[in-house]
Each structure stands twice: as structure tokens, then as C-alpha cells.
Design a protein around this ligand. Structure first.
Ligand SMILES: Nc1nc2c(c(=O)[nH]1)N[C@H]1C(S)=C(S)[C@@H](COP(=O)(O)O)O[C@H]1N2
Ligand SMILES: [Mo]
Length: 222
């Protein structure tokens, strides 16, 4: 385990250990891993919810919008360092997508507003070495995604959900939304994206979760 040196003190160690055990036990796996990608809207092993559960490590960092700073670095031609008003000055998109959480709930029709991943890539211009992204969050959480998947048309950094600013509990001021993957890839309280030549695992990927996490293939655990 590489450890997360920046992880805030006070995160819920027991909760993390329990989820690691679930990963080791393959909790919720239906065994339908090899089925063709379903045309249904609800992936295997998921149940639909109407509410929006909150999941985190037991620490919800408080980041006022006027203190929020977002950076993009690593293998990019133009590193980015934005304050809130710089972020808002970028073209804004609205994208509606479904959430699929590895703990078994799914939530349909979440309307996100924010900055398109494609636009971030236009601005920062990844170098040819860049093949992977690592998201860093203010609670010390990290998660990894391949660059071509980050570039997908439904990916954005969102500041609003269903027309209202994201609450702190759901990752405000800004969170990543990567809807084709289990929701642990959608980093809350995002503060940095690093572009890497080699894959580097994040918090849950390092603790038994699948490195990719496609809900349609039930890629829950590694
Ligand atoms: N910074 C941060 N982002 C995170 C997490 C976290 O603990 N810290 N948890 C992940 C997990 S496991 C899930 S399921 C979703 C939960 O998002 P929600 O609380 O808005 O439903 O956030 C993901 N992003
Ligand atoms: Mo999760």
C-alpha cells in the first residue's frame, strides 16, 4: 500500500477497514461478470434510490469558494492554477447522468453544471507522455482514471447539481463527475489533477477496489 500522506487526521479507519473486507469478500458481486453489456438502465446488482446518499471517509473539508484553488500539473504544456472566479469564467456545460455506487445504489438523472473535461484538456494540453490522471481531494482522497476516459464527453468538474450549488457533503465547491464508472471515481472536493505517464492507484484502488470500475461489467473489486 502506498499510503496517503496527505490524508486528513480523523478519517474513519473502521469504516475503511470494513469496506476493504467487503472488497476482499466480493460483497454484492452477482457473478454475472461475463454478461454482455446490459441495455438496461440499472446495472446488475444495483438498486434504484430516490434520495442521494453521502459517502466519504468521515471527513468533510470546509472550503469556502473564495479560498478554493484548483491546479492541473504533471505532463501538460500549460499547467493550470485557478481560483473560483477563473473556474466560473470558463465555458459552462450542463450534463445529466446516472450515478452507480459500488455499495449498490444507483440514482438517475443528476443534472450537473460545471466545466467540461474536454475544455480542461484544451486549456492544459496534455503532452504525449500523459496517459493517466490522478485526482487529488482536500480530504486527502485520491482516485485514478485513464486519460482517454477522462476525455469522455460526459465527464466534467461540477459545481452544481440539479440547479443548486453542490453542498459540502456532496463535494462542494467542486467535484469530478465521471458517470460511466462507479461513483468512487468521482472525487469530491477536488483540488488537483495530475497527468501521469504511468498509472498510479488511488485511495480505494489501493485497498482492493477494481482499478477501472465499470458498473456494466461489475468491476467492483480487483
Ligand atoms: N474526496 C472524496 N471523494 C470521494 C469520496 C471520498 O471519500 N472523498 N468517496 C467516493 C465514493 S466511495 C463515493 S460512492 C462518492 C459519494 O459521493 P456522494 O457522497 O456525493 O454520494 O464519492 C466518491 N468521491
Ligand atoms: Mo462508493
Amino acid at each position: 500500500m502506498t499510503g496517503n500522506p496527505e490524508l486528513l487526521n480523523g478519517y474513519r479507519e473502521k469504516l475503511v477497514l470494513r469496506k476493504q473486507e467487503w472488497a476482499a469478500d466480493g460483497r454484492l458481486l452477482t457473478g454475472d461478470r461475463d454478461v454482455e453489456r446490459s441495455t438496461d438502465r440499472l446495472p446488475t446488482g444495483q438498486r434504484l434510490v430516490e434520495n442521494w446518499p453521502v459517502l466519504d471517509l468521515g471527513v468533510q473539508p470546509d472550503i469556502p469558494r473564495d479560498k478554493w484553488i484548483f491546479t492541473i500539473d504533471g505532463f501538460v504544456e500549460n499547467p493550470v492554477c485557478w481560483k473560483w472566479e477563473d473556474f466560473l469564467a470558463q465555458p459552462q456545460v450542463k450534463i445529466t447522468s446516472d450515478i452507480h455506487c459500488v455499495t449498490g445504489w444507483s440514482r438517475y438523472d443528476n443534472a450537473w453544471t460545471g466545466v467540461h473535461a474536454a475544455h480542461l484538456l484544451d486549456v492544459c494540453k496534455p503532452e504525449k507522455e500523459a496517459l493517466h490522471c490522478l485526482f487529488y481531494s482536500s480530504d486527502g482522497y485520491t482516485t485514478n482514471i485513464r486519460l482517454d476516459r477522462f476525455a469522455d464527453e460526459d465527464v466534467l468538474l461540477a459545481h452544481s447539481w440539479n440547479g443548486e450549488h453542490l453542498t459540502k457533503a456532496h463535494g462542494g465547491p467542486v467535484r469530478a463527475v465521471v458517470p460511466k464508472w462507479y461513483f468512487w471515481k468521482s472525487a469530491k472536493w477536488i483540488r488537483r489533477i495530475e497527468f501521469l505517464s504511468e498509472d498510479e492507484q488511488g485511495f480505494w484502488e489501493d485497498r482492493g477496489y477494481h482499478n477501472e470500475g465499470d458498473p456494466w461489467k461489475e468491476e467492483r473489486y480487483s
